[in-house]
Design a protein around this ligand. Sequence first.
Ligand SMILES: Nc1nc(=O)c2c([nH]1)NC[C@@H]1CN(c3ccc(C(=O)N[C@@H](CCC(=O)O)C(=O)O)cc3)CN21
Ligand SMILES: CC(C)C(=O)C(=O)O
Ligand SMILES: [Mg+2]
Length: 281
Amino acid sequence: MSTTASTPAPLYGGASGRRVSVRDILQAKERHERWPMLTAYDALTARVFDESGIPVLLVGDSAAMVVYGYDSTLPVTVDDLLPLTAAVSRATRRALVVADLPFGSYQGSPEQALDAAARFMKEGHAQAVKLEGGQRVAHHVEALVAAGVPVMGHLGLTPQSVNTLGGYRVQGRGEEAGAALLADAKELERAGAFSVVLECVPTELARRVTEQLTIPTIGIGAGPRTDAQVLVWQDMAGLSPQVATFVKAYADLNETLSTAARAFADEVVQGAFPDTEHSYD
Ligand SMILES: Nc1nc(=O)c2c([nH]1)NC[C@@H]1CN(c3ccc(C(=O)N[C@@H](CCC(=O)O)C(=O)O)cc3)CN21
Ligand SMILES: CC(C)C(=O)C(=O)O
Ligand SMILES: [Mg+2]
C-alpha cells in the first residue's frame, strides 16, 4: 500500500522528478513550510541552483544592474531579458522559472501585460511572471491569470518606482503605510496572484501580511517571518561590490575569482601556463 499521496515531498530537500508547479507552492503554504528562491540569469549558475534543489528561480530585472551594468532596473527591456530567461529554462529541470516583467512592459494595460507575459512563456519558456505593484496592477493580474499565466506580485520597495519612492528605502513604516501595504497584498491575492515578494519592509509588517494571506510571501529585507526568502545570487555568493543591509554573503566569490584571475595572469606572464599537460603533441 502506498502512502506517497498523503506525504508530499517538501519544496526544498525532497526529490522530485518533475518541475515544481504553482500548485506545489500553494500547498507548501498550507504545510507552513519555508523555502528558498534565488535569481538566475545564465545556464551554468541556473544548473547549479537547480541541482542544489532551489525550487524557484527568478530571472530578475535586477539583470539590468548585475548583468548589464546599469545603475537601476529601469533601462532593461523584454528583448534584453528574453535570452537570459530562455537560458535559465533550458538549463533547469526542476525549478519553477519566474520571469520578471521589466519597467514599461506591462504598466500600460492588462493587454500590454499579457503581450509581455506571452513572450516570456512562448520564447523564454518561463512558467510564471512577476510584476511590481498592488491595487494599481490588480486588473493586469486578473487578465494574466484568466489567460493561464501564474503571477507573482511584488510590494514594498518596488525598484521600478525608484524615482517616485525617492531612493532604495524601507517601505511600509507606520500604521497608515503598513495598512496600505496589507490591503495591496490582499488585493493581489484576490486578483489571483500565487505568491508575493515583500521587499524592504519592517519585520512585524511582513509577519502580519504572511499570517493574513493564504498565498506565500517571499521576503527580501523583510525579516524572518515570511514563507520564503529571496536574494540576488551575486549578493548571496559575495560577488556584488555593494550590498544592502539585508544581504548575507554565503561565499566570497569576489575573492575566489580575483585570486584565480591573478594566478592565471601570473602563470601566463611567467610562461608557466600552458604546460605540456594542457597542450597537444
Ligand atoms: N544586486 C542587487 N541586489 C538587490 O537586492 C537588488 C538589485 N541588485 N537591484 C534592484 C533592487 C535594488 N535593491 C536595493 C538596493 C539598495 C538598498 C539599500 O541600500 N537599502 C538601504 C535601506 C535604507 C533605509 O533604511 O531606508 C540599506 O541600507 O540597506 C535596498 C534594496 C534591491 N534590488
Ligand atoms: C530581488 C528580486 C525580488 C527582484 O525583483 C529582482 O531580482 O529583480
Ligand atoms: Mg525585480
